[in-house]
Design a protein around this ligand. Structure first.
Ligand code: A2P
Length: 322
């Protein structure tokens, strides 16, 4: 049975369950572990699964869906266009459909605004294929009937302003890193005002990845709210995310945590207010993802923070209140 959780309505009219299963396994692939994770989640009542071409596990996600006993129509399935396919949207989309073994996806996202060459070299900001050109090719997919909604991921207000000015279809969602250390208040408001739903990736802050210890899951406010609900810090973070109007897509391959993550708490206004302030504590307003470390020159997959429109400095530290 589907879990009893809120749904959001996209600007296309389709509904999206507020909690989905993230399928990034920490490195590309995951194979049968990813397949089992999806089956366990579907059994536990998840009806929203988020994968990507770049996660390297679309075949296994598709197999899990087919063998789960849950009908395809009941499941909201997202996949994403990889950077090195920006110049061949239709071909890449068809390949994802084939790998997933489905006739349609519910949501197709441009994974990043940056394009790469076919052999994975970042194409400088502003050069073709630009994200505007790629988005126009994604718009054309809507006519095929094989995708219900299209959206973007990792887009800032600066890039969305260009996209909305130069193209016809307003993205249904913008999937970005979002959690109590990075609530992206301005971006969320800007998107809400234009009917774009924020989907929060890494809503748990990827505990274990950041210097090997969770950051906000250990925060005293989160821990005390969790205790008062007899629940876990992760449930507090996810419930906060949903109550503030974002979809959340935690990844877990652990059956107990999979169940926990789709059991939302009813947080009070005072608890929401305390959670809204976590990023204001010293050292807390930041991204918690490792891609900030990959290049020493302050670029993310080839573009500077300024080109991306991300209000951050090296390491993913937010420059001013957002
Ligand atoms: P696991 O798969 O062993 O449960 P995010 O979705 O923010 O990127 O975080 C994913 C990470 O968080 C994974 O390492 C996952 O490990 C862990 N995780 C998932 N659910 C929980 C939870 N309820 N409590 C603590 N850690 C969790």
């Amino acid at each position: 049975m589907a879990a009893n959780i809120p749904q959001f309505t996209l600007n296309t009219g389709y509904k999206i369950p507020s909690v989905g299963l993230g399928c990034w396994m920490g490195s590309p692939g995951g194979g049968e572990i990813a397949e089992q994770m999806c089956k366990t989640a579907l059994q536990a009542g998840y009806r929203h699964i988020d994968t990507a071409y770049g996660y390297g596990n679309e075949e296994y996600v598709g197999k899990a869906i087919r063998e789960s006993g849950v009908s395809r129509e009941e499941i909201f399935l997202t996949t994403k266009l990889p950077n090195h396919h920006h110049h061949k949207v239709k071909e890449s989309f068809e390949e994802s459909l084939r790998k997933l073994g489905v006739d349609y996806v519910d949501l197709y996202l441009m994974h990043w605004p940056q394009a790469y060459t076919e052999d994975n070299k970042p194409i400088p900001y502003g050069r073709s294929p630009t994200f505007v050109e790629t988005w126009k090719d994604m718009e054309a997919l809507l006519d095929t009937g094989k995708v219900r909604s299209i959206g973007v991921s990792n887009f800032s207000i600066k890039l969305l302003e260009v996209l909305l000015r130069e193209t016809d279809v307003v993205p249904a969602t913008n999937q970005v890193e979002c959690h109590p250390c990075l609530p992206s208040v301005d971006l969320k408001l800007w998107c809400e005002q234009r009917g774009i739903l924020i989907t929060a990736y890494s809503p748990l802050g990827r505990p274990g990845e950041f210097d090997g210890k969770p950051v906000f899951l250990d925060d005293p406010s989160v821990v005390s709210i969790a205790k008062s609900h007899n629940a876990s810090p992760a449930q507090v973070a996810l419930s906060w995310g949903v109550k503030r109007g974002t979809a959340v897509i935690p990844k877990s391959q652990n059956p107990e945590r999979i169940k926990q993550n789709i059991t939302l708490l009813d947080l009070t206004d005072e608890e929401m207010a305390a959670l809204n302030e976590i990023h204001l504590k010293p050292g807390m307003h930041r991204s918690l993802l490792r891609y900030h470390e990959y290049s020493g020159d302050g670029t993310i997959f080839g573009w500077t923070y300024e080109q991306l429109g991300w209000n951050m400095t090296k390491g993913g530290i937010v420059c001013s209140l957002d």
